[in-house]
Ligand binder design. Structure first.
Ligand code: ADP
Ligand code: NI
Length: 217
């Protein structure tokens, strides 16, 4: 199989697999991350095949919805890519990306080490901010039955990954515990530039939101 044929097969696989996801991790999230990653890599010049596969596979088993997600991610990645005849060397590089992409509260050292992985991580983070980020966040909050906003609950962050996962609060809080922090954690120069506009958009959104909440706009 050519690289292009492998990518096409992987795309077809995830379009089917993620068709009915509604938590913000649907096929179109994967597709946007893939597009972001290609945009970033056009400036970064890392290995395109690894970047594209990493982006397409990065949510192959989500730790929020799958028990023992690392093991499951490893199994699914090896199974999918080896069926398509992808070499062991490439599979190892993709596995490094899949296993280390997630934010998980953003606590501690970034375990992502490869240039390709840093690009995919930026691409994934970009999809959590900006207009798309706002939309995904309220979709997620709705799915879990959280309030849009509770003015009685002050914005808070968290001390540990467990606390981040375990906490149930209003959706606006997610901007303070995660979304507004992402801009400063971007890895690549291209990612930083893309994050800047999206970050400003979220700040504008929050100003407007509070204004409307208080009947001032
Ligand atoms: P990652 O997949 O990078 O670990 P998460 O799974 O924490 O990131 O979040 C993915 C997306 O799901 C977030 O960008 C956000 O839109 C949404 N999300 C996650 N946790 C919350 C939450 N507590 N409230 C609202 N949205 C959330
Ligand atoms: Ni993702």
């Amino acid at each position: 199989m050519t690289n292009k044929e492998v990518i096409d097969a992987v795309v077809a696989h995830f379009k089917k697999e993620f068709a009915h996801e509604s938590t913000g991790h649907d096929w179109y999230h994967i597709e946007r991350v893939w597009k972001n990653a290609k945009t970033i890599n056009a400036n970064e010049g890392a290995d395109t095949f690894v970047v594209e596969l990493g982006a397409l596979l990065h949510d192959i088993a989500d730790h929020k919805f799958v028990d023992d997600a690392d093991n499951e991610s490893r199994k699914r990645t090896v199974s999918l890519l080896s069926k398509l005849g992808v070499s062991e060397g490439i599979i190892d590089q993709v596995l490094h990306i899949v296993l280390n992409c997630s934010f998980k509260g953003g606590i501690g050292e970034n375990k992502m080490k490869s240039h390709e992985g840093l690009i995919v991580q930026d691409a994934d983070r970009l999809d959590a901010i900006g207009a798309i980020g706002v939309a995904r966040t309220f979709a997620f909050g709705g799915k879990f039955g959280n309030l849009l906003y509770d003015p009685e609950v002050a914005p808070s962050t968290f001390e540990s990954a467990e606390e981040y996962r375990g906490k149930r609060t209003h959706t606006v809080n997610h901007f303070y515990e995660k979304l507004l922090l992402l801009k400063d954690g971007m890895n690549t120069e291209t990612g930083k530039t893309m994050a800047k506009g999206r970050h400003e958009y979220m700040e504008t959104f929050l100003t407007q939101f509070y204004g409307e909440w208080n009947g001032e706009r």
